[in-house]
Design a protein around this ligand. Structure first.
Ligand code: IMP
Length: 430
């Protein structure tokens, strides 16, 4: 019987993971974040009320689910405080259900300054980061000079570590970027004060997951961003700084591969991307503008307009394979209602040659030309449909084409933003 589900984005993020996690969380005992940070923006709509979560697992709206933040997540204390307060002001009990690994790297104020300074210095070569300090925080983790969640509760050790790391970052801020450095006492006091708000949340996440599994509990692992933003498998260097693909579940939560029974890959019925970087199936015409408008394609974290394009089956096939997907959930099918002809990128042309896998050197991404297959659209509305048989024939044919082109069966279809607007062909827990 399926006990543990992973939900992953298979494109460049913003696939609608939050809604699906929230939907599945109703049947879960625990929901776990394992990578990324508050660069994520998971939008949930329940009975018309919208909630956007950035750091706290999307299972928090299920009042019975335990929510865990694993060691792979970089934690901003300000974001954690703001999100906790906002949820609690809406009557959601966060503190009694949230646990955070002591090994989580902390996003410190200098990380955000460095993120902005670097992006500015890169000019038109900027990555288009969310500006949340995510990259610099992961760099500190890997360079072994990072501050961890547990350090907040050992003031002597925190001061010692901060002295060394702030000295390094102030040097870079002042001498390389010609900016003002940060004052040690202020940074230390703020970290201690903010940390004090969360001392009761420190949890051995790996140990807790082991305990939950031994009791036969159901666990959902909630991915952030998407496969094409993965630091190793994505469109490097236009990627985020964590692994967004399946392996991150094990390393970022502290579980073995046997803890995973089912992997759900979320894809929009088309493609979007925020920030810079290659996007072979991008649309620059009225069709793209129409999709952006109907799909309300603005970033949930930064409010930036999302670039829109056709589905990219080459990239999705790779995501299905890299993540070992059990099934796809196709979101925002209703946004394609009324589009006369729908295209899907099925291969790329690179220097005159046809390829059906992503190129292996990152520079080649800029020179890809998408090769399309066309499908007739549908004129009827699919908004809110919950039964597969009620879909227009051409929408069914499009879903069938996605299945055969993208390397995994379609198990769920989302037909609107609300928790209730879904077609479930195979429930991941069945
Ligand atoms: P960072 O994660 O803020 O460093 O940004 C690196 C790249 O990942 C940028 O292109 C961002 O726009 C993108 N990115 C990060 N988080 C998300 C997300 O949740 N959705 C979509 N794109 C994201």
């Amino acid at each position: 019987m399926t006990k543990s589900i992973v939900v992953l984005g298979t494109q460049w993020g913003d696939e609608g993971k939050g809604k699906i996690v929230d939907l599945l969380a109703r049947d879960m005992d625990a929901v776990v974040r394992f990578q990324g940070g508050h660069n994520a923006g998971h939008t949930l709509v329940i009975d018309g009320h919208k909630t956007v979560l950035h750091l706290i697992p999307s299972g928090i709206l299920n009042q019975d689910a335990q929510c865990l933040i694993g060691n792979g997540v970089v934690v901003s204390l300000e974001a954690l405080k703001a999100e906790t307060e906002s949820l609690e002001s809406k009557g959601v009990n966060v503190r009694s259900r949230l646990g955070i690994s002591p090994a989580c790297p902390i996003i410190m104020p200098y990380h955000e300054l460095l993120d902005h300074a670097r992006e500015k210095a890169k000019g038109d070569k900027a990555i288009g980061t969310t500006g949340r300090g995510i990259g610099p925080a992961y760099e500190d983790k890997v360079s072994r000079r990072g501050i961890r969640f547990s350090d907040l509760y050992n003031p002597g050790l925190l001061a010692e570590k901060l002295e060394e790391t702030l000295d390094f970052h102030n040097f870079v801020l002042e001498k390389y970027f010609d900016m003002q450095g940060l004052v040690f006492d202020r940074v230390l006091d703020d970290a201690l004060q903010l940390g004090a708000c969360f001392s009761d949340l420190v949890t051995d996440v790996s140990g807790e997951l082991h305990r939950l599994r031994s009791e036969g509990k159901r666990i959902l692992y909630e991915g952030a961003q998407g496969s094409l933003l993965d630091i190793d498998h994505g469109t490097y260097p236009f990627v985020t700084s964590s692994n967004t693909t399946i392996g991150a579940v094990c390393t970022g939560a502290g579980v073995g591969p046997d803890a995973i029974d089912y992997v759900l890959g979320i894809t929009k019925a088309y493609t979007t991307r925020v920030g810079s970087g290659p996007f072979p199936t991008e649309l620059f015409d009225d069709i793209g503008a129409g999709i952006a408008k109907r799909g309300d394609e603005f970033g949930a974290t930064t409010g930036r307009p999302r670039r829109c394009g056709w589905l990219d089956a080459v990239a999705l096939r790779r995501a299905a394979h890299t993540n070992g997907l059990s099934g796809f959930c196709v979101t925002k099918l209703d946004v394609l209602d009324g589009v006369e002809t729908i295209k899907v990128g099925v291969a790329y042309r690179l220097n005159g040659e046809l390829i059906d896998v992503p190129p292996q050197n990152p520079e080649a991404w800029d020179h890809l030309e998408a090769v399309y297959e066309s499908f007739p659209g549908w004129q009827d509305s699919t908004r809110g449909i919950t039964q597969y048989d009620d879909l227009p024939a051409n929408a069914k044919a499009y879903i069938a084409a996605m299945e055969s082109l993208c390397g995994a069966p379609v198990h769920m279809i989302s037909t609107g933003p609300d928790r209730k607007e879904n077609i479930i062909l195979k429930h991941p827990l069945d």
